[in-house]
Design a binder for this molecule. Structure first.
Ligand code: UD1
Length: 417
């Protein structure tokens, strides 16, 4: 198994390209189920989660070709509406196929994703939304079995779930009549999905706000689309620079999608300039402590919480981080403490007392964003070597991150044990 080795204490300098967003590409791939012709996606990141979705769609008869950052998907050969447990359990985002399958086949059988490392993560809002559109849903042998003709309806979400908004929005594109979804998630990946669906002939308005209106259409055609830039990857590079020191420009990014992260990094003493699709960060001598609370977009992203915590472990002062989106999302804490961080947990809050420096240690990655946090801590550690095990977690969401950080001057390499 691979490990990532980091000898920290080297500031980062230069520029780095951001890839297309994994969290946009996954629902876009699922949306291709709805098209009656071939779809093309550009700027698709080369990641394990993308391969998992490719495998799932292929298992249902879709033809998927992925070369470089370019993907074609053709649903005309699809012959199954079953998403099997073996494939769904590996990645929760597989559940996105439920809405499109139901809209296409009027039937769907999709394994329940089950729990995952960052909490129980139920799918009740997805199911309630589809039921509001007229689907009959039952759970049989661990599978969600849904069928029915979909009809437009008004539905208010209990919580602005990203996945539920995407699932129900995709299904409603082919429902009869008008659907109004309120209290929906406003993440940029949802607006990106709506742009793709509209290019296919859907009639969606309001995506990116908390009220989405969808006028159902009889059929959707193939379309071409460029995946939106990955705001979480961009944020990760900005935070890494703040923690390790230096001056880095993140290219092909969209600063409008990182409002709270940029505000917090400025509060922590970072000098941040935005020029079109470039975001430049100049790190202070030492970051200042800041308090933050994770929230649905446009609040501080839970997917950047672990990374900014790693930065705050070496900040001047005491920071309080509140996690309100997921239970159990402080898995990086025990590993950061092994590197010398001072963190106390109190329910959904973490109190981080900044220390002058961390020291390298052997650590274990536990989930995608926690692994990014360990890399950041390794870059910031002033002495010793950090060896991160279980790096397959990081490969789910960051493309060859060690090579890109090395190009910025980090002393980092991947080794095979
Ligand atoms: C998506 C992102 C993930 C990010 C998360 C929150 C993708 C592929 N993944 O995940 O990286 O961390 O948004 O920004 O886009 N919930 C329910 N019932 C539901 C659905 C969700 O209670 O039916 C709860 C979850 O348990 C969680 C919270 O709502 O506590 C947020 O989940 P949700 O917004 O659905 O996240 P995902 O779509 O799974």
């Amino acid at each position: 198994m691979d490990k990532i080795l980091i000898r920290g204490g080297k500031p980062l300098h230069g520029s780095v390209q951001v890839r297309g967003a994994k969290n946009a590409a996954l629902p876009l791939m699922a949306a291709a189920i709805l098209a009656e012709g071939p779809c093309t996606l550009h700027n698709v990141p080369c990641l394990h989660d993308i391969f998992s979705m490719d495998k799932l769609l292929t298992s249902m008869g879709m033809s998927v070709e992925f070369t470089g950052r370019y993907m074609t998907l053709d649903a005309s050969s699809m012959n199954s509406y079953t998403a099997s447990y073996d494939l769904v359990r590996k990645m929760r985002a597989s559940f996105f196929v439920l809405g499109p399958l139901l809209a296409k086949f009027k039937k769907a059988r999709v394994s329940l994703p089950g729990g995952c490392a960052i909490g129980t993560r139920p799918v009740d809002i997805h199911l309630k939304g589809l039921e509001a559109l007229g689907a009959k849903i039952c759970i049989e042998e661990g599978y969600v079995v849904a069928d029915g003709e979909l009809t437009g309806a008004d539905f208010a979400m209990d919580f602005p779930s990203v996945g539920a908004t995407e699932n129900v929005m995709m299904a409603a594109c082919r429902a009869k009549g008008v659907t109004r979804l309120s209290n929906v998630a406003r993440e940029p990946e949802i607006a990106d999905l709506a742009r793709f669906l509209n290019a296919m002939g859907a009639r969606i308005s309001g995506a990116g706000t908390d009220l989405i209106t969808i006028v159902g259409v009889d059929s959707l055609s193939g379309a071409e689309h460029v995946v939106v830039a990955d705001r979480i990857e961009a944020g990760t590079f900005l935070i890494a620079t703040m923690a390790a020191g230096g001056d880095v420009t993140v290219l092909n990014a969209n600063a409008d999608h990182l409002p709270t992260c940029i505000a917090k990094l400025r509060e922590a003493g970072g000098e941040i300039e935005v020029h079109g699709a470039r975001i430049r960060v100049r790190a202070p001598e030492r970051p200042k402590a800041v308090d933050l609370t994770t929230q649905p977009y446009p609040g501080f992203a839970t997917d950047l919480q672990a990374q900014i915590m790693a930065m705050l472990t070496v900040a001047d002062g005491v920071s309080v981080i509140r996690e309100t989106v997921f239970e159990n999302r402080f898995m990086q804490v025990a590993e950061l403490v092994r590197m010398g961080a001072q963190i106390d947990l109190d329910g959904n809050s973490a109190i981080v007392r900044g220390v002058p420096a961390l020291s390298g240690a052997p650590v274990m990655a536990s989930d995608l964003r926690a692994s990014a946090a360990l890399i950041i801590a390794g870059l910031a550690a002033k002495k010793g070597e950090t060896a991160i095990a279980r790096v397959y977690h990081i490969d789910r969401g960051y493309e060859r991150i060690e090579e890109r950080l090395a190009s910025l001057g980090a002393d980092i390499e991947r080794v095979n044990d």
